[in-house]
Design a protein around this ligand. Structure first.
Ligand code: PLP
Length: 378
């Protein structure tokens, strides 16, 4: 790679690629957005890393935490910053275990929460877990989207962790009522509900957070990817009495040297302000509909099994893994970058920047049509 700007990436030979995956859901504002670059430069000019344990108040952290408190669903209000999505999930799981004094965790088949040991322990794919056993004990996996098995959530369960829309698992949407049933069962048993919105947050699905489509509020909301505007930043957010858990018995129960780096928080605040001021979630909703309509029309070529998604998080499912591989390769050769979901080898993930122009979507569709025709001919 040589440069990346807006929805385009240029390699060192001068070849240009249109980015339909945003560095896997990171570049919601496009690459190197001027507001983010300015915030990074200004903060870098003031200070980089200074201190860890809260002895000094760092304005970029406070300003971003305050802004997040204004926009996350109530009563969530307190933010703990991390460097990445997996670390944010680790922090959320530890918080839930310590707060509830319970040991059992529940997650979902097909879910993905990151690759450090705790997050991997709740990631519902045997093939990725197997080489790393033993992982965390007391983890139970339930089928996504089925309400009856939710009975397994009981008074010994510390937390249930779920992606409101499964991303890596193949862009699987919850049925209406599933997240609400989950919320209800957690309330009945005093279990904390963790929504991993690392992929679905920050406007990607047409609302600032995907769970808002179903009006369900978690106990802990986990964010990363687009949160830092292209800089490494994650967070988990909860109500004060839950988040206090980590600051006592013992004090500093969970610390991180770089989590909430001032430059990343400054970038995150610039990105969040731009996202909200320019109504990018609404734009994602509109553009997503446009893109999905165009993709559905591609079924006439053949080889397409399903098109599904929410806003600009779309799963384009083809009939075979071989065809999917050829399709993604043909697209890349023709200058279009797509995501192939790790856990589902027939689903191509589309997550373009929310700032993409309709003409750029049309250009991507043109490349995809040709790539699919070529893939089917082989
Ligand atoms: N959770 C979800 C839903 C993800 O999609 C990802 C990454 O793809 C993660 C967690 C892990 O985030 P990170 O790669 O920043 O550790």
């Amino acid at each position: 790679m040589d440069r990346a700007e807006g929805c385009w990436i240029k390699d060192r030979s001068g070849k240009k690629y249109l980015d339909f995956i945003s560095g896997i859901g990171v570049a919601n504002l496009g690459h190197a957005h001027p507001a983010v670059v300015r915030a990074v430069a200004d903060q870098a000019d003031r200070y980089l890393h200074v201190m860890v344990y809260g002895e000094f108040i760092q304005e970029p952290q406070v300003r971003l935490a305050e802004r997040l408190a204004q926009v996350v669903p109530k009563p969530l209000s307190v933010t703990y910053f991390t460097n990445s999505g997996t670390e944010a999930n680790e922090g959320a799981l530890k918080t839930a275990k310590k707060y509830t004094r319970r040991k059992k965790l529940i997650a979902f088949k097909g879910g993905f929460h990151g690759d450090s040991q705790g997050s991997l322990s709740v990631t519902g794919r045997e093939v990725y877990q197997k080489p790393f056993r033993p992982l965390l004990p007391n983890v139970l996996f339930l089928p996504f989207n089925r309400t009856k098995p939710l009975k397994a959530i009981d008074r010994r369960t510390a937390a249930v962790i779920v992606e409101p829309i499964q991303g890596e698992g193949g862009v699987k949407l919850p049925d209406d009522g599933f997240l609400a049933a989950l919320r209800q069962r957690c309330d009945e048993t005093g279990t904390l509900l963790i929504f991993d919105e690392v992929m679905t947050g920050m406007g990607r699905t047409g609302k600032l957070f995907a769970s808002q489509h179903w009006n369900v509020v978690p106990d802990l909301l986990v964010l990363a990817k687009a949160l830092g505007g292209g800089m490494p930043l994650g967070a988990f957010i909860g109500r004060p009495e839950i988040m206090e858990t980590l600051s006592k018995d013992p004090p500093l129960s969970h610390v991180t040297t770089f989590g909430g780096h001032p430059v990343c928080c400054a970038a995150g605040l610039a990105a969040l302000d731009f996202l909200i001021e320019n109504k990018l979630p609404e734009r994602a909703e509109r553009l997503g509909q446009y893109l999905m309509d165009r993709l559905k029309k591609m079924s006439d070529i053949g080889g397409v099994k399903d098109v599904r998604g929410k806003g600009l998080l779309i799963g384009f499912e083809l009939e075979t893994a071989k065809l999917t591989e050829r399709f993604v390769r043909n697209c890349r050769e023709a200058g279009l970058i797509l995501g192939w979901t790790l856990h589902s080898n027939t689903v191509v993930r589309l997550a373009p920047p929310l700032i993409m122009a309709e003409q750029e979507i049309d250009r991507g569709i043109e490349i995809m049509r040709e790539a699919l025709c070529k893939g089917l001919r082989k």
